[in-house]
Unconditional design. Structure first.
Length: 166
């Protein structure tokens, strides 16, 4: 067993919903083995109000959350990432910065709660469903025996997590 804490960056275009949710989930459910961050290629500068209300209502700490650009994590003084996951299809198709340390990457696309159209109750239910989807994927990821897997096996498992649609 290793005491290493893995740094994980979740990327989305706007960094206002999905990547923020994933950051919160892994920081809470990562069993102290992970430190999660989030960023966007074109950050909106705010967190979607429905997502923020959901996270607060579920007891997640939200005081330090903010929408930010991914360039900050490519700087030499930025935390060195072990994993970088895209959670939206747009970000997955963009040319990302070069991440120091060559982290492992995978695409875990989920629907965008910030783009959902409906009344407040429908929006809240949709955001909760996206949070559930991310929680399932993050739960599988957090349970992986990372230190005992070779790089090819680990990459295969990371890609399989992204293909899981539940």
């Amino acid at each position: 067993m290793t005491d290493k804490i893995y740094n994980v960056l979740f990327l989305c275009t706007g960094n206002s919903a999905r990547s923020i949710m994933a950051e919160c989930l892994l920081n809470r459910d990562g069993r102290g083995r992970f430190r999660a961050f989030s960023a966007g290629s074109r950050p909106k500068g705010f967190i979607d109000p429905t997502v923020l209300a959901l996270l607060r209502g579920m007891g997640f700490p939200t005081g330090e959350l903010h929408s930010k650009g991914w360039d900050a994590f490519a700087e030499p003084e930025a935390p060195r990432m072990d994993f970088v996951f895209t959670v939206c299809d747009n970000a997955a198709g963009e040319v990302c910065p070069v991440w120091p340390g060559q982290p492992m990457t995978a695409h875990w696309g989920v629907p965008d709660p910030a783009a959902f159209h409906g009344n407040e109750v429908e929006k809240a239910a949709f955001a909760a469903e996206v949070l559930r989807m991310l929680a399932n994927r993050i739960g599988v990821f957090a349970a992986l025996p990372i230190a005992s897997l070779d790089k090819l096996s680990l990459q295969s498992k990371l890609d399989a997590i992204g293909r899981n649609r539940s």
